[in-house]
Design a protein around this ligand. Structure first.
Ligand SMILES: Cc1cc2nc3c(=O)[nH]c(=O)nc-3n(C[C@H](O)[C@H](O)[C@H](O)COP(=O)(O)OP(=O)(O)OC[C@H]3O[C@@H](n4cnc5c(N)ncnc54)[C@H](O)[C@@H]3O)c2cc1C
Length: 367
């Protein structure tokens, strides 16, 4: 058996960030992923948007999460020798007059004003319709998620810290007093952390964690005449990818939970795009995936209350790019504290796995 301190199951935004932080503290990590073609992370646009929704609300804990995300992606870029994180401005065009009214209230607060300015340069009126006004956000960014995941995977694989495998959380893990054996891949680890995204719904160790997942769809479109590189938000978003290719998203579907793109959503995204884009476009591609969203809407991290060798990191919802680094760092400190290398670490109630009393007693060998 090859020995590791930590086995991370899942190499999406959650597992990848966790693996980096663990490695930076000297923990020997093996990341295992089953390499599905479509996952939530693989189709995500990677946007970090500070102000969102019709009510123009500042994103939850943005002042903590943004600096953590920015410095994390920069460090990974340096270590992996690859560029995938771009701090780019985003323009928000009001869809109606009530959004403009909300804006005039919000803009009174210094905290809000700090994140915005007049669009610079001004919006090109021959490309966009904006009848109710607009503003620009500057503390914002876009992660090329596919490149980031690939660069990380290649980096981990260099010292055998990555393996392609589909592990069954129940049958493949043999837990004993020294740790966890995974005979199928010839590995022994002191901890296993599940970063499975929506697949955690079927994980017997954490089945008491309740989800409210949402399917989302994204179009890739070609807009030959558009020169805009900023992300444009107006009900939906339009984000530049490369050359004349852009991505358009997204919607929330709570009932039909699968990875199958639909004509209905394609038509809806096209309808909403034409509300603010004046230029002709051609649809190149369409993808769908399920966002892992917990009932309480927050990410959840922690060690299992009945067996601290098992950990959990999930529920990144629609903000995995922003949230993953901060909470991966926190979970790393929780793990080190468990091994006695740190003092006690406090996790806020809303994100603390152990705050879920219902989880106690939820494991296959007792039920
Ligand atoms: C349409 C759409 C657009 C989005 N746009 C954005 C955006 O602009 N900005 C943003 O921040 N977020 C966005 N998101 C949300 C973002 O994608 C999620 O927050 C994030 O991907 C969740 O990452 P994760 O690692 O938890 O899950 P996942 O990406 O699902 O990763 C889990 C990984 O674990 C693997 N796995 C699961 N079980 C096993 C097993 N038993 N053995 C081996 N491997 C396993 C899976 O194959 C997968 O690779 C978007 C999501 C969608 C659907």
């Amino acid at each position: 058996m090859v020995e590791f301190d930590c086995l991370v199951i899942g190499q999406g935004l959650a597992g990848t960030a966790l693996a980096w932080f663990l490695r930076w503290t000297g923990v020997r990590v093996l990341v295992v992923d089953r390499e599905e073609r479509i996952t939530s992370s693989k189709i995500a646009a990677g946007l970090i948007t500070p102000i969102t929704g019709q009510r123009l609300i500042k994103s939850w804990r943005f002042d903590d999460l943004w600096p953590a995300a920015e410095s994390f992606y920069r460090r990974v870029e340096i270590e992996s020798g690859s560029l995938f994180f771009h701090q780019i401005p985003m323009a928000r065009l009001f869809s109606n007059s009530s959004e403009a009214e909300v804006f005039s209230e919000r803009v009174m607060a210094a905290d809000f004003r700090r994140l915005i300015r007049e669009p610079q340069p001004p919006l090109d009126r021959s490309s966009f319709k904006s009848d109710h006004g607009e503003f620009e956000m500057t503390t914002s960014g876009q992660l090329n998620v596919i490149q980031y995941l690939a660069a990380s995977r290649n980096y981990f694989a260099r010292d055998r810290g990555y393996l392609a495998a589909d592990l069954d959380p129940e049958r493949d893990l043999k837990i004993n007093e020294f740790g966890i054996d995974v005979p199928r891949i010839g590995v022994h680890a002191r901890h296993v952390i599940f970063c499975q995204g929506i697949d955690a719904i079927r994980n017997p160790w954490f089945r008491a964690v309740r989800f409210r997942p949402a399917k989302g769809e994204i179009l890739t479109v070609r807009i030959p005449e558009l020169l805009e590189k900023r992300v444009i938000h107006s009900g939906i978003w339009l984000a530049h990818v490369e050359r004349d290719l852009y991505r358009v998203g997204s919607n929330y579907e709570w009932n039909q939970l699968d990875n199958v793109p639909t004509e209905k959503t394609r038509e809806e995204l096209v309808r909403r795009l034409t509300l603010f884009l004046r230029l002709p476009f051609e649809i190149i591609d369409q993808h769908a995936a399920i966002r892992p969203i917990h009932r309480n809407q927050y990410p959840v991290i922690g060690l299992h209350p009945d067996n601290e060798r098992l950990g959990y990191f999930n529920g990144l919802g629609s903000k995995g790019t922003l949230q993953a680094p901060y909470f991966a760092n926190l979970l790393t400190r929780v793990l080190l504290a468990h091994q006695g290398d740190y003092g006690r670490i406090t996790i806020d109630h809303e994100v603390d796995l152990n705050h879920r009393a219902e989880l106690r007693g939820c494991h296959p060998w007792l039920n």
